[in-house]
Design a protein around this ligand. Sequence first.
Ligand code: GAR
Length: 216
Amino acid sequence: MKRIKLGVLVSGRGSNLQAIIDNIENGLLSAQVAVVISDQADAFSLERAKRHNIPAIPVSAAGYKGKRDAYDALLVKELQKHHVELVCLAGFMRIITPTLLKAFPNRVMNIHPALLPSFPGLHVQKAAIEHGAKFSGCTVHFVDEGMDTGPIIIQAVVPVLDSDTEDTLSARILKQEHKVYSRAIQLYAEGTLKVEGRRVIMTGGRTSTDDHLINP
Ligand code: GAR
């Protein structure tokens, strides 16, 4: 199978990036990380990319305050230069503008550490605990112009325990993030996903309704 070329956008430690790289190297994901771009020059993600001989490019947002389109145009240029077919946001802490979305229509994915549409935005693991949610999880979705609003591709659910802190819940969710992001990319690479309005339909998807979770 042809390896789809990924452009991974990051801002921080890059554990999701690492999981994608590892899954490619383990043969679980038919993809190639063509470039990693960070808006933070000191992001550990760039170091991770270099260790795997992946082009690692810092694109500083300094000087682009209020000029998000101009910044995204820089990203598009780098992504196109590396012949990227699918853009994966992996802890990229910026809102994407139509400049990038038009260049990659339905070809930008994001991972979010909550069960969207609940808890969009930041500090969402803490928000889920404080709200008293009994389940949380993570969502991979196509990116649209809103914040965490695009069509949902895949979700994983974890319980929220009475003893949870932001850190323990985040760690439980992150473990699932590392699995589902690669799965979403693989489904995309296989041509299995079809976007119909807000819904992402999967050819050959589940038809059983027997699975359910109850907590506690
Ligand atoms: C992940 O938990 C990801 O879901 C979250 O940032 C973390 C990045 O971790 N993304 C967002 O909150 C986006 N709104 P990582 O750098 O170790 O992959």
